[in-house]
Ligand binder design. Structure first.
Ligand code: PLP
Length: 469
């Protein structure tokens, strides 16, 4: 299997190569040259597999340059009960109104990003060691991504992580999660500024070609193909868990920001998984809801990006969205170049003429929630089912209830646990005890390791030099 860029001007690459890539050199995103097709016989065979066996089967179709035994080892050491809390890895449960929830947030950082990051960490280490390479990951985080990357890469050979976060802006729990890591290859850097300042520093360091080459600076952001492919697995697992026969169809409702999660759902559906609809649920940052309703894609300015109670979905543009539009435009790279030139100029684009195809052929629909909606949903689920869901998952449940058709089975993806967002939970239901997984009690009391710096890329480079020279 070779990988091509959505902009058409990058030579085809192997899986191991795209694993270590961010954006393609032509500015596009990497995608497999075709989607492997999964028929009825294969679905039947896969239905009874354990999660790691299923992950092996699916990822094998994409990672054709990794020997089977090695891939099996990577997957078996990733998807364990020890890391994800249950033998099923992503169990599906039902709320009393029939909406189903697939648990994806029982990994080390209590958000779904662990599902892909844990795989990526192991795959990274494997590819780097095999090629005798080293990589130093530089990233910016406002919470979930950074911690998921650190827990995936801690202690890995050949990898260092330098993670920037805005000083004092993350929750006490998120800070404790990241800063309590004592692994030597993990470097937490708190920047005196906002998340955007952290991102600007990452860009400035990336743009210093000499520094970037000398210190092997890489990224693991949401456009990484290795993350998408690992996410495809839980759509299959969720489907098998929610059905008893392959005649049945299910819809998935996905709390969305950068379109990484639901992009994996699109790929699963293109492979032949019997998915009825893919329901994109946004918060007040509704650039995707607008597109799926009207065909218009208009990224927001920073001033028009809202800070919400579902912060992991507070995005101005959806970085993985180009992958879907590439498929929608029959994989015509010239069209993609033209559309994203319109995005770059601030104009955005309009694919109104394709709405029927988007809804009928690709199964996409969308909805959104407000802060009040999420609070009401958390409260209702608590009263009716006695369980606490986090504000991102509540966004999905709210939208699923809004759009559900008679007889439709909807699986909502649980993208985080309530324990991560205690303030919003208290606002919704008052002062309750929020369950926290074993092992995280007293997390905030552990010693923390973090270096605070002024908002200056040169100072961050100094930290990297000091650590590596
Ligand atoms: C990252 C994240 C999302 C959004 O996922 P995308 O892949 O960016 O669409 C939703 N919920 C939580 C809790 C997240 O961490």
């Amino acid at each position: 299997m070779k990988y091509i860029s959505t902009r058409g001007a990058t030579a085809p690459k192997s899986f191991s190569e795209v694993l270590l890539m961010g954006l393609a050199p032509d500015g596009g995103l990497m995608l497999p040259e075709h989607y492997p097709q999964v028929g009825e016989v294969t679905l039947q065979e896969w239905r009874t597999l354990s999660y790691p066996e299923l992950a092996f089967k699916i990822i094998s179709l994409f990672a054709t340059d990794i020997p089977s035994d090695d891939l099996r080892d990577i997957v078996n050491s990733t998807y364990t009960e020890g890391t994800f809390g249950t033998k099923e890895i992503t169990p599906v449960r039902s709320l009393s109104d029939g909406i189903k929830i697939e648990a994806l947030s029982n990994g080390p950082t209590l958000a779904f990003k662990d599902m892909a990051m844990q795989f990526l960490g192991n795959a990274f280490e494997y590819v780097l060691n095999k090629e005798g390479k080293q990589v130093n990951i530089l990233g910016a985080t406002s919470g979930d991504t950074g911690s998921a990357a650190e827990y995936a890469l801690r202690g890995k050979k050949g990898v260092n992580v330098f993670m920037l976060s805005p000083e004092g802006k993350m929750s006490a729990f998120q800070r404790a999660q990241m800063f309590s890591l004592q692994d030597e290859n993990i470097h937490n850097i708190a920047v005196e500024g906002m998340f955007d300042d952290c991102q600007d520093i990452v860009k400035a360091v990336q743009n210093d070609a000499e520094f970037k080459a000398k210190y092997h600076v890489g990224t693991v952001n949401s456009i990484n193909w290795g993350r998408i492919v690992a996410q495809v697995v839980y759509y299959f697992a969720g489907y098998f868990n929610a059905t008893t026969s392959n005649e049945q169809k299910v819809s998935f409702c996905v709390p969305s920001g950068n379109f990484g999660n639901v992009c994996a759902g699109h790929i699963a559906r293109q492979m032949g998984l019997p998915v009825h609809r893919l329901i994109v649920a946004t918060n007040e940052n509704d650039v995707l809801d607008e597109f799926f309703k009207t065909g218009r894609y208009q990224p927001r300015t920073t001033e028009n990006t809202h800070v919400t109670s579902s912060p992991s979905m507070d995005i101005s543009k959806a970085s993985n969205f180009e992958r879907f539009v590439f498929d929608l435009m029959d994989r015509d790279a010239d069209t993609i170049q033209n559309l994203w030139a319109e995005v770059a100029s601030g104009k955005g684009f309009d694919l109104k003429g394709h709405l029927e195809e988007i809804h009928e052929k690709y199964g996409f629909v969308s909805g959104k929630s407000t802060h009040a909606d999420r609070l009401a949903t958390i409260r209702q689920v608590y009263e009716q089912d006695g369980e606490l869901i986090d504000p991102h998952t509540a966004d999905g449940v709210k939208v699923a209830r809004d759009v559900r058709e008679a007889g439709e089975t909807i699986v909502c993806l649980e993208t985080a646990l309530a324990a991560k967002f205690d303030q919003t939970i208290y606002e919704a239901v008052g002062n309750v005890t929020i369950p926290r997984p074993d092992g995280l009690a007293g997390l905030e009391d552990l010693p923390q390791r973090v270096e605070v710096v002024k908002n200056d890329a040169e100072l961050v480079k100094d930290i990297i030099r000091k650590a590596l020279d």
